[in-house]
Design a protein around this ligand. Structure first.
Ligand code: NAD
Length: 386
């Protein structure tokens, strides 16, 4: 059994799929680990540390991809500078484990299936307690939420904490977090640690207690409809509920120094929650960090990868925040992958039991077939897969 770790080629991607500590654990289990030369460099894990952990450093990209039984990555495979697609480097029957953006890039999943590669999409790890230690969506969202607050604090022309000094008293900054999922809760916790007064809103009423336990105030909006879908995720709400929500949050946006938005509905465009009218009511110097900018944005006028200034309000649309903290983001991602790989390998060989919910929901391509029904629907492939 040979596990390969590729060097990421996605622009701006600094994470690596395994770190030396996780490599040594696999090596101890008798698994051969190949690391592409320089794979950990941008995350500050040098080749020498991987070699010391028992990995083989491989300089030839085609050899690494072509000979790995399981190839581990962070970003979905893409076309290389020489025009060759990374997918085409894998051998038939190989297994790829990575973020694959299956609903955003169904054609990639089809390509992997056509190549007869077994593909496991990390985004689809079920959000169950059994799979918690494999849940990279959560580990990376936590990193992103933390960093979003730091970005906001750095852009704010004010202090976060209350200060009583000889030069006068400084009131604490007011932070409003919209969307209290994994990223939002970490953004709240970080803002609280920095001394801000924090409020938060989410359409899932169940998060109220979690928000309060972090020392933040929960903004309640009574909606006359179910807002939670299967699996605990948010549902797309009706137009009436949307208007009611917007009216309720407008007051809180107006009084905030910082608004951090994290609202997402899986498989849908992010809901627009902060309007241009609300932005116009904010004090100049205020900051909005729209963590959903890449998914269409929660804030009107936000742009992914850009800082936009409207009436003195800075709207930041960060992209790939976990990659800006590559050491710990890689460490956590590597732990998620280690747990998954150890779960998949039985007696030194890959054992895929499709009766198992972790495997059946995560495996999107196997033996020439696209296995995920939603991906098949997007590809207009009629045959259902059990
Ligand atoms: P996400 O990134 O899909 O969404 C972020 C937040 O936005 C969610 O809390 C959602 O309710 C909220 N949101 C959506 N539409 C909104 C709107 N119109 N207005 C305000 N807020 C809106 O969510 P996530 O952080 O990946 O996780 C969400 C769910 O998954 C939660 O139930 C969480 O507890 C659950 N979860 C479970 C596990 C586990 O059991 N192992 C692990 C992680 C997450």
């Amino acid at each position: 059994m040979k596990i390969g770790v590729a060097k990421e080629i996605e622009m701006g991607e600094r994470r690596v799929a395994l770190i030396p500590d996780t490599v040594s654990r696999l090596v101890k289990q008798g698994i051969e680990v190949w690391i592409e030369a320089g794979a950990g460099e941008k995350a500050f894990f040098p080749d020498a540390a991987y070699a010391a952990a028992g990995a083989t450093i491989v300089s030839d990209t085609a050899q690494l991809w072509g000979e790995a039984d399981i190839l581990l990555k962070v970003s979905p495979p893409r076309e290389r500078e020489n025009g060759q697609h990374e997918t085409d480097l894998l051998h038939e029957g190989a297994t790829l484990i990575s973020f694959l953006d299956p609903l955003g890039s169904p054609a990639l999943i089809k390509r992997l299936a056509d190549r007869k590669v077994t593909a496991l999409s990390i985004e689809l790890i079920p959000r169950t307690s059994r799979a918690q230690s494999m849940d990279a969506l959560s580990s990376q969202a936590g990193v992103a939420g933390y960093k979003a607050t730091l970005i906001a604090a750095a852009a704010l022309p004010k202090f976060f904490p209350m200060l009583t000094t000889a030069a006068g008293t400084i009131p604490p900054a007011k932070v409003f977090v919209i969307g209290a999922g994994v990223a939002g809760l970490q953004a709240i916790a970080t803002a609280r640690r920095l001394g801000a007064v924090v409020e938060a809103f989410d359409i899932r009423p169940a998060v109220k207690e979690e928000v309060q336990s972090l020392g933040a105030k929960f903004v309640e909006v009574k909606l006359e409809e179910e807002t939670v879908a299967a699996g605990g995720y948010a549902k797309e709400v009706s137009e009436v509920a949307k208007q009611k929500t917007q009216a309720a949050i407008a007051e809180h946006v107006k009084l905030s120094d910082i608004v951090i938005t994290t609202a997402q509905v899986p498989g849908r465009k992010a809901p627009q929650l902060v309007t241009a009218d609300m932005l116009a009511q904010m004090k100049p110097g205020s900051v909005v960090v729209d963590m959903a900018a890449e998914q269409g944005g929660n804030c009107e006028g936000s742009e992914a990868g850009k800082d936009v200034v409207r009436n003195g309000v800075t709207i930041i649309g960060p992209t790939n925040l976990p990659s800006t903290m590559p050491v710990h983001a890689s460490q956590m991602y590597a732990k998620n992958l280690l747990t998954l790989v150890q779960y998949l390998i039985k007696d030194g060989a890959l054992a895929l039991n499709f009766e198992d919910d972790i495997i059946s929901s995560t495996c999107v391509a196997h033996a020439g077939e696209v296995r995920n029904q939603r991906v098949r629907d997007l590809l207009n492939e009629p045959v259902a897969v059990k």
